[in-house]
Design a protein around this ligand. Structure first.
Ligand SMILES: *[C@@H]1O[C@H](CO)[C@@H](O)[C@H](O)[C@H]1NC(C)=O
Ligand SMILES: *[C@@H]1O[C@H](CO)[C@@H](O)[C@H](O)[C@H]1NC(C)=O
Length: 448
């Protein structure tokens, strides 16, 4: 392990310089040993964030909504064809319904297990260009243990995610993985739990920090806790000291092009999915979230204006039982919250501070019985005279049980109104669009 220690005095000086220069930027990075390696990764990540940032986010919301219309139309045509076939062949198996464009791309095909990388073309929204381990080898996790976070064993999930090359990571069988410390995921990876019941639970979080192009799909993530930190390997060529991890489900930290799809997330110590520190090009789709207080945090600092680069799509998720608030809680960036089903919240659904743009399209919001919690939205941290100008826009949302979406925008809203907007698919379709949210039991050779 000598290669990873700071031994020479010059290194100590360098270390001190980097540390002081970068103090503000790294104080919440969980990096205890901020060396040249991390400084390089942070700079690279920022450059990639600038390259990934979409100058016309409304165009991205338009093409998203367009894809939903197209998918639903196709599905309706398929269904009517099936009905005709059903008349002729009585033995015809039950239909595989995939109403949303992400699922339609792969889910109803018999060959999904032999053509897994097809999924790399299925993302939509700001994370649309995420291809994960496309073009790399398939790596099969055969060992659910996580005993050595410094020299992980081949066959474990940790061994796969720290590799430098692109990898498409799949699982030999169903397994429970208790992460001993946070799992440091490298660039160009897909964690693909289709075909097995994979549960990352009762341990530490999945960390996607200063990397790009990561897909995490079809696993359960629950009951994760703060990790004590220590020396952890984050790539084949680097290991370093980490402070305590937060106890999120998935932490997306300064990363670009990240797609999280069909996760079942519940009961973690901090957030279920947090997107912070100038992360951008992110899509969170088809997830089922339950039993949690602070569900999703997008931007963690009122003082980091660089978070304006954040662009996130939240689509086809089911925010379900036992949720309290922050679905999501936003700062600075641009957030497309579209065709989600909100069936439970105790305090509010969507909140934010520092002038985030929130485009709420075709969601279903079912307010709780509590008369004091009917507001979907919560504008935080400042006076009404100021937040009145934040663009929080609601279109085609289905507001039920007395739910109220407090739209704001003032003069800023006019810029939005002057655009040609593709009308979102209405909130009344959301039950169909989110029916298969969460981790699904898929069997090879059959539609999933
Ligand atoms: C994805 O990549 C294409 C081709 O480079 C680009 O035109 C498009 O804007 C990108 N989409 C997003 C959402 O970044
Ligand atoms: C939005 O919030 C403000 C301040 O709480 C309130 O005065 C206003 O009536 C709200 N609008 C709606 C539509 O609830």
């Amino acid at each position: 392990m000598e290669g990873f220690q700071w031994s020479r005095p010059v290194s100590l000086v360098l270390y001190a310089v980097f540390f002081l220069l970068s103090w503000a930027a790294v104080s919440e990075t969980n990096i205890a040993e901020y060396d040249e390696h991390w400084e390089q990764r942070r700079l690279q990540a920022r450059a990639l964030a600038e390259a990934t940032y979409h100058p016309d986010p409304i165009a991205v919301t338009n093409s998203f909504n367009h894809a939903v219309h197209r998918a639903m139309k196709e599905e309706e045509e398929d269904t009517s064809t099936r009905r005709q076939m059903l008349g002729k062949h009585k033995k015809f198996a039950g239909p595989c319904l995939a109403t949303n464009p992400i699922d339609r791309c792969w889910r109803c095909r018999n060959d999904w297990a032999t053509d897994r990388m097809r999924m790399a073309q299925c993302a939509q929204g700001f994370g649309r260009n995420t291809t994960g381990g496309l073009g790399g080898k398939i790596y099969i996790v055969t060992d659910g243990s996580d005993d050595d976070v410094l020299e992980p064993k081949p066959g474990t999930l940790r061994w796969g995610v720290i590799q430098k090359e692109p990898l498409w990571i799949i699982f030999a069988r169903s397994m429970l993985i208790k992460l001993k410390e946070e799992l440091m995921v490298q660039s160009d990876k897909t964690i693909d739990g289709r075909g097995a019941q994979v549960r990352v639970a009762d341990g530490c979080q999945i960390t996607v920090q200063y990397v790009h192009n990561v897909i995490i799909a079809n696993i359960h993530v629950n009951d994760l806790m703060v990790g004590k930190g220590g020396r952890i390997r984050d790539s084949t060529e680097h290991a370093g000291f980490r402070t305590q991890s937060d106890g999120d489900g998935v932490s997306i930290f300064g990363a670009t092009k990240v797609w999280v799809d069909h996760l079942s997330l519940a009961n973690c110590q901090d957030g279920l999915v947090d997107v912070i520190a100038e992360a951008t090009g992110v899509t969170i789709s088809n997830c089922h979230l339950t039993n949690h207080n602070d569900v999703m945090l997008f931007g963690s600092s009122d003082s980091n204006q660089k978070d304006e680069i954040m662009q996130v799509t939240v689509a086809f998720n089911h925010f379900g039982r036992g949720l309290v608030q922050r679905m999501p809680r936003c700062r600075w960036g641009f957030f497309h919250v579209v065709n989600n089903d909100y069936t439970h919240w105790l305090m509010y659904a969507i909140g934010g501070s520092k002038n985030p743009t929130i485009i709420s399209h075709g969601n279903r919001y079912i307010a709780p019985p509590n008369m004091a919690a009917k507001q979907v939205t919560k504008h935080l941290g400042t006076e009404e005279s100021e937040w009145n100008n934040w663009v929080w826009h609601s279109q085609e949302d289905l507001l039920m049980n007395g739910a109220v979406f407090n739209q704001t925008g003032g003069e800023n809203q006019k810029k939005l109104d002057s655009r040609d907007l593709v009308k979102p698919k209405a909130g009344s379709y959301v039950t169909r669009l989110t029916r298969y949210a969460g981790s699904m039991p898929c069997r090879a050779g059959k539609p999933c």
